[in-house]
Design a protein around this ligand. Structure first.
Ligand SMILES: Nc1ncnc2c1ncn2[C@@H]1O[C@H](COP(=O)(O)OP(=O)(O)OP(=O)(O)O)[C@@H](O)[C@H]1O
Ligand SMILES: [Mg+2]
Length: 468
């Protein structure tokens, strides 16, 4: 299972969510600790003051008067009794020592008399029994958050030697307040999350639009420019992208026109040379030159054809693929070239019929020329329409599988002019497939022979596997 989302949208949201939760939890904890400490300090000071005041009063009274006062002091948070000598108190936690000494200092300051004073923070058994493990841990290590779990036992030796034993309980700022903070935290996270989600969505949507446009440049170079929408940074990228596309198009058009013009203009000097060779005295040389001129003419013709196919802004129609394959095959059968067909298309394919026919013809031509015969297999899926042309010839060496697509590139074995061809067939076929948003895939069959497959997308969003 993937834990990290794949999309920019998912990742940004995930990071934002983690960040928000961490920040909120930290703030919550800081608030809680801060408030707990302040409340504890205030109450501890008040209790120390009360104990000091009562000790001073008791000290001044005669032993007979004391019980009445003791009875009136006794309350929920402060109890007191008198003892002839100090009473033993069970030790609390070592973690609480600093609190004990702070409390003692407070008390001594409030008393203003050099009386013998002790203070001990001891656990209240009945309280600890109910506390959950988290609360118990907090009470142990952060006493001020949960002082109600302990009582502070202060013993003050009055002037006549009697010991007044005060047991104070610091009222607790309940930890349950935490629960009331949780909905607040959740609300904040949800609101921030929704806003962040919207922002990220807006940004990634523009990026997605750009990605689609970049993909489109290959298949519809003449398409409209991408809409410049979204935040200004994205708009700048889109604008730069549109400019780049425009320059690229102008550049390609210029080169195409130039090459087209050269090829076109070469025809006249070739014709002139052909006439001149006929007048040559040496017939042997004349024949050789004629063959060279034939080859040059074939190259010029194919080049012109290549450029004619390049401006493939021709309208697209739903094509009956099976009929197209059948007619291509029939033409071969007339020439006694063996061609077999398997499979069928499930639905018409929207494309440029003449171009697709040429694309298929070029692959069949290669199979027949280099492999002796062609087997065609049509496979139609939800994603793509595939037309594979297979032969049983020598195939193409693996390292050359890409290079054979280059214009005028021919393998050594086929450089023999007798086998015809100038090396443009696969370039043309690939241009046509790509202008339909697809591609041509070349691979050798394990049992020998080459498979050249036309892959045409059935779905707009589907990207054909680029063989480059
Ligand atoms: N089915 C095949 N089996 C073996 N080699 C092939 C096959 N198809 C193409 N090739 C090799 O790839 C080279 C380029 O093919 P491409 O179709 O582009 O040009 P061509 O067939 O030589 O000329 P043309 O422009 O007439 O098609 C060929 O010269 C050949 O060496
Ligand atoms: Mg060819």
């Amino acid at each position: 299972m993937r834990l990290v989302p794949r999309t920019l949208f998912g990742r940004t949201l995930l990071i934002l969510a983690i960040g928000l939760l961490l920040a909120q939890t930290a703030t919550l904890a800081l608030n809680l600790f801060d408030r707990g400490r302040a409340v504890y300090r205030l109450t501890a000071t008040q209790i120390a003051a009360r104990i000091a005041q009562n000790a001073r009063i008791l000290s001044r009274l005669t032993p007979a008067e004391r019980p009445k006062v003791v009875a009136s002091i006794d309350g929920r948070h402060l109890r007191v009794y008198l003892s002839a000598r100090p009473v033993p108190v069970s030790h609390g936690l070592a973690e609480h020592d600093p609190y004990e000494s702070t409390f003692l200092e407070l008390l001594r300051a409030q008393l203003g008399a050099p009386w013998l004073v002790t203070a001990e923070i001891t656990p209240r058994p009945q309280y600890n029994a109910q506390a959950g493990p988290v609360e118990a841990w907090l009470a142990r290590h952060f006493y001020y958050l949960s002082p109600g779990a302990y009582s502070i036992v202060c013993q003050v030796q009055l002037e006549d030697g009697t010991v007044a034993v005060f047991t104070a309980i610091v009222p607790q700022e309940p930890l349950s307040r935490l629960e009331s903070l949780v909905p607040q935290l959740l609300l904040l996270v949800v609101v921030c999350f929704a806003l962040a989600g919207l922002l990220v969505y807006m940004t990634t949507r523009s990026l997605e639009q750009l990605a689609r446009a970049a993909d489109d440049v290959g298949s519809h170079p003449e398409g409209p420019p991408v809409d410049e929408t979204g935040p200004s940074e994205i708009r700048r990228v889109i604008a730069a992208f549109n400019r780049m596309r425009e320059r690229l198009r102008a550049h390609v058009a210029e080169r195409t026109n130039l090459l087209g013009a050269i090829s076109h203009d070469l025809r006249t000097p070739i014709t002139r040379m052909r006439l001149r060779t006929e007048m040559l005295a040496d017939r042997g040389v004349g024949m050789k030159m004629q063959r060279d001129l034939d080859e040059m003419e074939a190259m010029v013709a194919s080049t012109l054809e290549f450029f004619r196919d390049q401006d493939a802004a021709a309208p697209r129609h739903p094509i009956d693929v099976d009929a197209l394959v059948e007619s291509a095959v029939d033409d071969r059968r007339v020439l006694d070239q063996v061609v077999e067909v398997r499979g069928a298309a499930r639905a018409p394919y929207p494309g440029e019929p003449r171009a697709l026919r040429r694309c298929l013809d070029n692959l069949i031509e290669n199979a027949v020329r280099y492999g002796g015969a062609a087997e065609i297999e049509v496979a139609d899926g939800a994603d793509a329409l595939r037309i594979a042309v297979r032969d049983h010839g020598p195939g193409v060496p693996e390292p050359e599988l890409q290079r054979v697509f280059e214009p005028y590139y021919r393998l050594d074995a086929s450089r023999n002019p007798a086998s015809g061809g100038v090396g443009l067939g696969l370039s043309i076929a690939r241009n046509i497939a790509r202008s339909h948003g697809g591609d041509i895939a070349l691979r050798n069959h394990p049992d020998g022979g080459l498979i050249a497959e036309i892959v045409l997308p059935r779905r707009a969003s589907w990207a054909a596997p680029r063989s480059r």
